[in-house]
Design a protein around this ligand. Structure first.
Ligand code: PAF
Length: 285
């Protein structure tokens, strides 16, 4: 496995690989890899000739009061995990390499951002879209792998690729969970021990909602109320949002039908956790 820190070097390797007719599978990350990332890498490994993992904590997608400075980082560990998974290249640029000057052009996401994380993190998805356009141009991937834990990100990136005619295929991969159901996340290391125990309530509340829908509940407000009560009762976290929307359009719905997403973000003392479930609501017979 090779680590590349220089944009032009990464780009010329990618161009050379394409000339040789090789397919490139790309896993963009902000590092501190966990099993979720490794499942993306393993899918990329299976479906492409060459894999590239990028590790870049993108300042553009963090708000002024967010955790850019404390975002967990451990390049040595990341690099050995990626190597064990059979990865070929790690692209690991510095912030100066990626943004040597304040960008004169950035992306503005128009749709699917006024809900969920987009609502509580203004500008976040603009930063994600901007860095991904750069990374796609540098790595020149055929397929790009994203975890469904951030389902809104997948929806936004789908729109980005469609609207900008970017010739890549987006491959969504299912969320990987701890044994007790907590979605794997780099931010989980910032949970205090008691919060770590409580954090399993996020997944439990989603399961509860799924069962209620299975049993015929059709009113999203009733489900949301039950979920909020459950989170309040079982965690010390503060609910940032719990929403039920259509998926992938992320529009408000007044009745549960079709494909929906139930998504939530809960703030613990030093970590804001997200989770979601995407459900195809069965039609009544
Ligand atoms: O999901 C992430 O880790 C980031 O948003 C991404 C896609 C690597 C862009 O910085």
């Amino acid at each position: 496995m090779r680590t590349i820190t220089d944009i032009r070097e990464m780009q010329s390797i990618a161009i050379q690989l394409k000339r040789e007719g090789k397919t490139i599978g790309f896993v963009p990350t902000m590092g501190y890899l966990h099993e979720g990332h490794l499942s993306l890498l393993s899918a990329a490994r299976k479906e492409n000739d060459v894999t590239v993992v990028s590790i870049f904590v993108n300042p553009l997608q963090f708000g002024p009061k967010e955790d850019l400075a404390t975002y967990p980082r451990d390049f040595e560990r990341d690099s050995s995990l990626a190597e064990k998974e059979g990865n070929d290249y790690i692209f690991f640029p510095s912030a100066d390499e990626m943004y040597p000057v304040t960008p004169s052009v950035t992306a503005k996401v128009q749709d699917r951002t006024d809900v969920l994380c987009g609502k509580s993190r203004p500008g976040h998805f603009d930063g994600v879209a901007t860095v991904l356009i750069k990374l796609f141009n540098i790595v020149q991937p055929d397929k790009v792998y994203f975890g469904m834990k951030d389902a809104q990100q997948v929806a936004v990136v789908d729109g980005l690729v469609r609207d900008f005619n970017i010739p890549v295929e987006i491959v969504p991969v299912q969320t990987v969970r701890e044994e007790d159901g907590l979605a794997k996340s780099s931010r989980n290391v910032h949970l205090l021990p008691a919060e770590r125990d409580q954090a399993t309530a996020l997944h439990q509340s989603l399961k509860m909602a799924e069962s209620a829908i299975d049993e015929g509940e059709q009113d999203p407000q009733k489900i949301l109320a039950r979920m909020k009560e459950f989170i309040k009762k079982n965690t010390s976290g503060e609910i940032d949002y719990i929403e039920i929307l259509s998926y992938p359009n992320l529009k408000q719905i007044s009745r549960l039908e079709g494909k929906i997403i139930i998504a939530m973000a809960v703030k613990f003392s030093k970590a804001r956790l997200i989770d979601n479930a995407i459900i195809s609501v069965k039609k009544e017979s």
